[in-house]
Design a protein around this ligand. Structure first.
Ligand code: SF4
Length: 391
């Protein structure tokens, strides 16, 4: 290893002083060197990480490295114990509500990409009321609003629709285009509790290969969105990478740095992570880096050991068999009976409007039975805005 590499690895190990926005850290960080940090991990590094109660990013890199593979059972057992201690015997369910599949971006992995010849739909007030009723009838109390990214579905639309939806749910989160800090503040004022902005990949060159047109191709604007969300004082900030676009280990280490940066700067907020794997979709791509089921289990356990307070979310992208086994590992929330096409709950449309194919299509009742079989209780409401003072 060269002196330059050793020096940069030491810099990364020392939990970098990241003031300002996270894009500054990414700009000054060499992707190859981050890759070498996890590739160079040894059994001793793994054993050290397993004995620590407060892990740093370097410990996390050890736990997701090949050197940790023989310790998978130990990691999963510890992850289960920590999750039980911190979150109790519960798992909360949420439903994504797709408000629009209109999108002005071109992302290689997404069925909503603007060049895909699918029927576009943006729900109006009466269609939203029907969707809300259908979702409520299944018992959900936590809703995630999802849209494509276009100027037509932006602040004026959100400010009209959120007041319609929020009274029916105790928790309302959004996964929409990145916004300005002031815009997040305005939405918080009408009921927004959480915002998810998945970076997809932290490697700029790869990011640009997959985000070909539209505002989403602005890497730094997306990268700094969680900072703007934190500055706006939003209660919950969600991070995510799309596993498969790049080396999944390096992307995960970068996301761990991102999490630590945000926790340091916006300590009043709570954080969640998700790590979807690429799923088939219209015009879909072949993953560059395949993460196996076993490696995904290792990654889940590593995240829980890295941060015991972190909310971790599992979507219906994963198969029923995987979700069955994953329930106990470290997850705190799970989507169920998701429809990824606008109007899908009320209409049950078979038309090709979906963002990606759902893998676990079981009804909520079956998911609940599966969760209970695994010894967990289902909770519909795990938080109330009144408890945080974030009104
Ligand atoms: S990933 Fe998001 S921004 Fe990209 S095409 Fe799909 S909906 Fe649009």
């Amino acid at each position: 290893m060269t002196d330059g590499v050793s020096q940069t690895i030491r810099m990364l190990e020392q939990s970098p002083a990241i003031d300002g926005q996270f894009s500054q850290f990414v700009e000054s960080t060499d992707w190859q060197i981050v890759t070498q940090t996890h590739q160079a991990k040894t059994e001793q590094d793994v054993l050290r990480a397993l004995t620590k109660s407060k892990l740093d990013v370097d410990d996390f890199a050890a736990l997701i490295s090949p050197a940790a593979e023989p310790y998978l059972l130990e990691m999963v057992t510890k992850s289960e114990q920590l999750t039980l201690q911190r979150f109790g015997n519960t798992l909360s369910l949420f439903a994504p509500l797709y408000l629009s599949n209109t999108c002005a971006n071109e992302c290689t992995y997404c069925g909503f990409s603007m060049s895909n010849a699918i029927k576009r739909l943006t729900l109006n007030e009466s269609q939203i009321v029907k969707e809300v009723a259908a979702i409520k009838s299944k018992g959900f109390d936590h809703i995630l609003l999802v849209t494509g990214e276009t100027n037509k579905v932006s602040m004026p639309y959100f400010e009209r629709m959120i007041p319609l939806i929020k009274p029916h749910f105790s928790q309302l989160s959004m996964e929409v285009q990145p916004l300005e800090m002031e815009e997040y503040k305005r939405l918080q004022g009408i009921g927004l509790d959480g915002v998810l902005v998945y970076q997809e990949t932290y490697r700029r060159t790869t990011y640009l290969e997959h985000h070909l047109r539209g505002n989403k191709s602005n890497f730094n604007y997306r990268l700094d969105a969680p900072d703007r969300i934190g500055q706006a004082g939003i209660h919950k900030i969600g991070l995510g990478v799309l596993l498969g676009l790049e080396d999944w280990r390096t992307d995960s280490v970068m996301m761990a740095h991102h999490l630590r940066h945000l926790q340091k700067c916006y300590w009043r907020s709570r954080f969640s992570v998700a790590f979807p794997r690429i799923r088939p979709c219209e015009g879909g791509i072949v993953p560059k880096s395949v993460i196996t089921d076993r490696q995904l289990v290792q990654l889940i356990a590593a995240w829980r050991l890295f941060d015991r307070d972190l909310e971790m979310s599992l979507s219906t992208r994963e198969s029923p068999a995987f979700r069955h086994h994953a329930v106990r590992m470290g997850f705190t929330t799970m989507s169920a009976e998701s429809k990824t096409q606008p109007g899908g709950y009320a209409e049950d449309s078979q038309e090709a409007l979906e963002q990606f194919e759902i893998s676990d299509e079981r009804p909520v009742a079956e998911i609940m039975a599966m969760i209970r079989e695994q010894g967990r209780d289902v909770v519909w409401k795990d938080w109330d805005p009144a408890l945080s003072g974030a009104q």
